[in-house]
Design a binder for this molecule. Structure first.
Ligand SMILES: C[S@@+](CC[C@H](N)C(=O)[O-])C[C@H]1O[C@@H](n2cnc3c(N)ncnc32)[C@H](O)[C@@H]1O
Length: 293
């Protein structure tokens, strides 16, 4: 399948997050890029939050490796637009997460979602799903507001965007600012035991109630200490719900925090209880419904 390419203005910080974090981390077994069971549970919850039968046409911004595509297409969507800034995630996702039968219902585009309006239907869509905690990846405040406005612009009146966001519930506490855990890394042809180390810190955004969560990440060989993914940092804009509600209202969207994923989804509840491997997609995460006024 051809991946549509759109020219996107350079957002250096975001491109760095893609090349240093999202793409190399696809080789870490515990990352969720190819976890179709998790994708299915998230789509089931997103459909429940939407509250109606899913419409025929839908939009999946920040789609990463397309792990929500099979479940969305199995739920009755007939035409799905998927957009992401990571070409590596889109191509790996097409190879591993999408079956040949589904390709005819899918348009995949490599772009910043702030520039993707031209490939989407003129009349807009009734349903958007922004999954995997992708809100806040654009950390400069103006860019973040453009991100929300671009999504609002694609919704037809009465249309709904469902998304998940850990927000300030994933802020580090003094005893968990640095964490490390054993993982498996898919090196070329061999699986290697590694240690995934993360450190989190928060910095206020001057003059606002928002903060930047900076996460440093490094994946080293458990036996030799050699780097498999060199130390790098990526950031999330942390927006308290009160401020997020105002920002959405500014874009013509009515925002509701529907509740914690572990209370809404039995799958998430059980996985957090039994395996505890979901990080920011687990206990801190909430589902939101934004309706176009
Ligand atoms: C946390 S990952 C989630 C991926 C996917 N939704 C999932 O749940 O597996 C965030 C994704 O959003 C993409 N992304 C972030 N900001 C973007 C933007 N402004 N335009 C397009 N893609 C963006 C990144 O490239 C990355 O693949």
């Amino acid at each position: 399948m051809t991946i549509l390419q759109l020219d996107s203005p350079t957002d250096d910080r975001l491109l760095k997050a893609v090349s240093q974090h999202y793409e190399p981390m696809m080789r870490v077994h515990g990352e969720i890029n190819f976890d179709l069971g998790l994708g299915r549970a998230e789509v089931q919850l997103a459909a429940a939050v939407y509250g109606h039968t899913l419409p025929a046409v839908a939009y999946l911004p920040c789609c990463g490796a397309l792990r929500h595509v099979p479940a969305l297409l199995a739920s009755g969507i007939e035409l799905l637009f998927a957009v992401d800034l990571s070409f590596g995630s889109l191509s790996a996702g097409l190879a591993r997460n999408v079956s040949g039968d589904d390709l005819g219902k899918l348009t995949v585009c490599h772009a910043d979602i702030r520039q993707a309006r031209e490939i989407l239907p003129d009349e807009g869509v009734r349903f958007i799903f922004l999954g995997g905690n992708s809100m806040g990846d654009v950390t400069d405040v103006d860019g973040h507001l453009e991100f929300i406005a671009a999504l609002a612009d694609v919704l037809s009146p009465g249309g709904v965007m469902v998304f998940d966001y850990a927000g300030d519930r994933y802020a580090p506490k003094p005893d968990d600012a640095v964490t490390e855990w054993p993982e498996t890394f898919h090196a070329d042809g061999v699986d290697v035991a590694v240690i995934d180390r993360r450190a989190r810190s928060m910095t206020p955004v001057a003059g606002t109630a928002m903060q930047i969560l900076r996460i440093t990440c490094q994946v080293t060989d458990a036996a030799t200490g050699e780097d498999h993914v060199p130390e790098h940092a990526y950031s999330k804009l942390i927006v308290p719900d009160r401020v997020l509600t105002e920002q959405f209202a500014g874009a013509g969207l009515h925002l509701v925090n529907v509740g914690r994923v572990v209370d809404l989804s039995p799958y998430h509840h059980d996985r957090v209880r039994d395996v505890a491997d979901l990080g920011m997609l687990g206990t801190p995460n909430c589902y939101y419904r934004a309706t176009r006024l």
